[in-house]
Design a protein around this ligand. Sequence first.
Ligand code: SF4
Ligand code: SF4
Length: 135
Amino acid sequence: MTTTKVVLRFPPDLTNQPITYKLIKEYDLMVNILRGNITPMEAGMLVLELTGTKKQLDGGMEYLARLGVETQRLSKDVKWLDDRCTHCTACTSLCPTYALSVKRDTMVVSFEEAKCIACEMCVTVCPYSAMEVYF
Ligand code: SF4
Ligand code: SF4
C-alpha cells in the first residue's frame, strides 16, 4: 500500500461529478479529503490523500486525467522547527489546509504534518525560518 497526496483542480463543468465516490468504488482507493473548495458552476479544488496499491493509484490517476482534472502529486516534505517558532501566527491565516493552526485560548501554534500539501506559503512568510522544505 502507498499513500500519496494529490491536489485536484477541475473546471466548472466537472464540479458536479462524483469524483471521490468513483475513486473509492471503482478504483478501490482509500480517500481522505484534506481540503475542498467546490462551488457549483465555478472551478473546484480538492486536496486528497489517496491510499492503495500502485495499480489502484495509477488507475485512479488515469481516470482523473481522462476526465480532464488537473492533478499535482505532492512529494516534498515540510518540517516545522518548533525551537525557532515564536508563535507569531503569521503563517496560520495563509496555510490553505489548516496544517498550521493556532489555539485561540493559548495562542500556541501547532503543525499537523498529515494535512500539509507542501505549498510553501509558510516558508515564504515565516520571519524566523521555522518552516523548511526537504525534497
Ligand atoms: S507548506 Fe505550509 S502553508 Fe502550505 S500546507 Fe504546508 S504548512 Fe500549510
Ligand atoms: S510564521 Fe513562523 S514563527 Fe510565526 S507561527 Fe508560523 S512557523 Fe512560527
